[in-house]
Design a protein around this ligand. Structure first.
Ligand SMILES: Cc1ncc(COP(=O)(O)O)c(C=O)c1O
Length: 363
């Protein structure tokens, strides 16, 4: 299976250059970043402390890890910070160096890239469109073979925006633990879910030492350029090995300072959730019951949409959107997705209305 997608959400500069406009002129529906922008509290704190750049960060990131522990209601010993969750995914997969990995697909392509770097064998178990991308747990459990040594799950999953409740995840963790198999859960989009969705693997950390969770600030806190991420893991040995492999000060002092302040900005956190949740309902409502598109339930801050209308392709919608200075993500050709698909993130109500108007022209 091969990922043939084009243009990541971070390719906005390339696209803007091609169009001859400033990158800021294009509304980026492709990057799944919080439309509220930066935390005001962290921004003003940083303005007062620019001299943070003149110092090395604390090697152990003690105060940041304590702030993250409080934000995640967990133990600060379980936390390892890094240069985006990407650094931690890479360190972890490199350390496990699995002989045989199982990936829940269709999903984010970075896991596959890391597995290839480590010469690992891997296969996908794909969520089925006819089940609305809801996981068939018995089928997935059966796909974990006796010699599978790593299972990778993105939850909520990119690009399907589907979610796996803790009760479901626990069945996978149990099965994996029986055979010393690691489970990597990428929870980059976790904060966009609701408490009653029960998507929060951190609650399972103490019970399962074969679990490593990655989270970060790029999406929920709108700081993809800051490159701040962290891993949660109760396995002391694994944390020690990863820390030992990591370059010292891999998270810079500005990022460490800003991250510590932003996770304490409760007003901003609440505003973000309120905006994303209300827009999610409004968009789902606007796109229901039509012959041209099928929208799936979204646990993340983005939607996957299937194009049903004959002769309309994802590339045509991408080009149309770009004409109106909007960038969406083409998902056609992505490993495990059959048919024409696009993905779009939730932006401000005004921006979302512009995209909805474009889609409605195809009803
Ligand atoms: C599922 C998923 N995980 C990880 C990342 C990268 O996260 P970070 O910016 O924290 O490295 C992305 C970015 O698109 C993503 O979609």
């Amino acid at each position: 299976m091969e990922n043939k997608t084009m243009f990541h959400g971070s390719d906005i500069e390339k696209i803007a250059q091609r169009k001859g406009v400033a990158p800021t002129a294009i509304k980026n529906f492709a990057a799944n970043v919080n439309p509220l922008g930066l935390s005001p509290l962290a921004t003003s704190a940083l303005k007062e402390h620019m001299d943070i750049m003149t110092r090395y960060p604390d090697r152990d990131y003690g105060t940041l890890r304590r702030a993250l522990a409080s934000y995640n209601h967990t133990d600060h010993h379980y936390i390892l910070v890094g240069n985006g969750s990407t650094e931690l995914l890479s360190l972890f997969i490199g350390e496990v160096a699995p002989k045989k990995a199982l990936i829940l697909g269709p999903t984010y392509s970075e896991y596959e890239r890391e597995l290839k770097i480590n010469n690992s064998q891997f296969s996908y178990y794909c969520l089925a469109e006819e089940n609305q991308f809801k996981l068939d747990i018995p089928g997935f459990l059966a796909a974990i073979e006796d010699d599978t040594d790593l299972v990778i799950i993105c939850n909520p999953n990119n690009p399907t925006s589907s979610g796996l409740a803790n009760s479901e995840l626990e069945q996978i963790l149990k099965r994996a633990k029986e055979q010393d198999c690691w489970v990597l859960v990428d929870e980059t989009y976790q904060e966009f879910t609701k408490a009653n969705d029960s998507i929060n693997a951190s609650l399972l950390l103490t019970q399962y030492d074969n679990l490593l969770i990655t989270r970060g600030g790029s999406k929920f806190f709108a700081v993809p350029g800051l490159r701040f991420g962290y891993a949660l893991c109760s396995n002391k040995e694994m944390r020690g090995i990863m820390k030992g492999e990591q370059n010292p000060w891999s998270l810079n002092s500005v990022a460490a300072f800003f991250a510590e302040a932003m996770v304490g900005d409760t007003d901003y956190i609440e505003q973000t959730k309120a905006l994303v949740w209300s827009e999610k309902i409004r968009i789902a409502d606007a796109l229901k019951n039509n012959q041209s598109f099928r929208l799936y339930k979204a646990y993340g801050n983005f939607f996957l949409l299937k194009i049903l209308k004959k002769d309309l392709t994802a590339k045509m919608l991408f080009d149309e959107a770009l004409e109106e200075n909007m960038m969406i993500r083409i998902c056609t050709g992505m490993a495990g997705l059959e048919g024409e698909y696009i993905r779009f993130g939730i932006l401000s109500p005004e921006d979302n209305d512009r995209l909805l108007a474009l889609l409605r022209r195809h009803y």
